[in-house]
Design a protein around this ligand. Structure first.
Ligand code: ADP
Ligand code: ZN
Length: 428
């Protein structure tokens, strides 16, 4: 298929672009950013040492600590007069990250985002309701920028404002929603509550910014009456949303490998995992000017998906983002990821997708209470029995014993942004 924004590159062309971009980036960072230069020099490297793509692994890693050290404008590699904008991360884990952009960075970002709309099958006649945060965050700005560049109609509402959301959904006949998975769920619940589904013209939802479970996704797809939803990846450090998108074959996320190189490393040994194994995403940008990333540890976990995708798009793929290493809970000496809990809940038809983990400390001992919503329509009479069964499966899966409580549907907190699944009150 002929695409307007997604290039059709063979492996050789892609490798050529990547090597050129890598060499440019290293040169640029060395010349413009003292922090990078120090790192290279400490490792005994000069920019000319990058002769092939294999040399990437010789370069020092960059991490969130480097961003903190360079706060408020970390890794700045251009003179300030070239900076046209800043954005900051939502600060989910710790201090906000502030990142600078040149005009060329904004232009690169808009192309990446336009590719996402293209891959989601949109046309210039689509009406795109942007239900993510505007302002300092990258989310609203990125979806808006890409939508206009792509040529569809942007409906810039931002998160929240349920009344306006419903009004535009019905009056303007929105065809595509852009939101977090949590916000998509909320929108679906609102549509359900007011019986609006038959008045919608939605065909797609582009959702991201947080992990989702298949159950959560199936639920909002059904409530919104859409055939396809598309998981979008991205982070502030790497421009913002739009680093990649799932295609209509739903076989993973195609990422824009001509804009950045993705390595998957073992977070302990910092060496590449075996092909197809889960590890930490480490990214190197190829043309980012204001704040280039060289082997930046994202702390996000996923795996590369080998082989070609049945959709025909040649861009490489990774699996959905399974979680972030920061999300790990240590409970009575056992490491637990919320995603592991979500995976267990998937198996129980009478549970909804929504759960919350509460950690407390009593008499010197940690306690984990898992609250899970019963599926709408399921009988409350079986709660105790169900809680027991879920607890038993969790015990096996996690090697830890949480207390499970089944709660009524729609009673756990909802959010317009990223859902906070873990409430840790142990050290307060
Ligand atoms: P933060 O949440 O760290 O403040 P951002 O607002 O820039 O920073 O959000 C980027 C982060 O959101 C990513 O590093 C990743 O952990 C998470 N994220 C983004 N997209 C997805 C997605 N599609 N699935 C799961 N997690 C995602
Ligand atoms: Zn595909």
């Amino acid at each position: 298929m002929q695409h307007r924004f997604i290039p059709d590159l063979d492996a050789e062309e892609l490798a050529r672009i990547q090597l050129k971009g890598l060499q440019w980036t290293v040169q640029h960072a060395f010349a413009g950013c003292p922090a990078y230069r120090e790192k290279f020099e400490a490792a005994g490297l000069a920019p000319g040492d990058v002769q092939s793509l294999d040399d990437l692994t010789r370069l020092p890693l960059t991490s969130v600590e480097d961003l903190r050290a360079g706060y408020p404008l970390p890794l700045l590699s251009v003179p300030e007069e070239q900076v046209v904008r800043i954005h900051a991360s939502s600060g989910t884990t710790g201090k906000r990250k502030v990142l600078a952009y040149t005009q060329a960075d904004i232009d690169a970002w808009k192309v990446m985002m336009a590719r996402c709309y293209e891959l989601a099958g949109l046309t210039t006649l689509d009406r795109v309701q942007v239900c993510v945060g505007y302002g300092l965050w990258t989310a609203g700005a990125g979806f808006q920028l890409g939508c206009e560049h792509f040529g569809a109609m942007a409906l810039p509402i931002g998160p929240g404002n349920m009344e306006i959301q419903m009004q535009l959904l019905t009056d303007l006949g929105t065809t595509c929603l852009c939101s977090t998975a949590s916000m998509a769920l909320l929108l679906g619940e609102e549509v359900e509550k007011y019986g609006l589904r038959d008045r919608l013209r939605l065909k797609a939802c582009i959702f991201g910014a947080e992990p989702h479970s298949p159950k959560m996704r199936a639920r909002f797809e059904q409530m919104l009456g859409i055939k396809h939803s598309f998981d979008i990846s991205g982070m502030t450090e790497l421009y913002g949303p739009g680093a990649g998108l799932e295609c209509a074959a739903h076989e993973g996320i195609h990422y824009w490998a001509d804009y950045y190189i993705l390595e998957i490393l073992d977070p302990e040994t910092l060496t590449p995992v075996a092909p197809g194994e889960v590890g930490e995403m480490v990214v190197t940008t190829l043309c980012k000017q204001a704040a280039p990333l060289i082997r930046y540890r994202t702390r996000d976990l996923t795996r590369l998906l080998p082989g070609e995708c049945s959709c025909g798009v040649g861009m490489p793929r990774h699996d959905k983002i399974l979680g972030r290493s920061d999300d790990m809970i240590i409970f009575r000496g056992v490491n637990i990821y919320p995603g592991q809990i979500a995976a267990v809940l998937e198996k129980f038809a009478d549970l909804s997708s929504e759960y919350q983990i509460q950690l407390t400390r009593k008499e010197g001992k940690d306690h984990l209470l898992l609250k899970v919503e019963r599926r709408e329509g399921a009988q409350a009479g079986g709660d105790a029995d169900l809680a027991g069964k879920v607890g038993a499966v969790l015990h096996k899966a996690l090697m830890a014993r949480p207390v499970v409580e089944i709660v009524d549907p729609l009673t756990l907190p909802r959010t317009f942004g990223k859902t906070k699944r873990t409430v840790d009150e142990r050290y307060e």
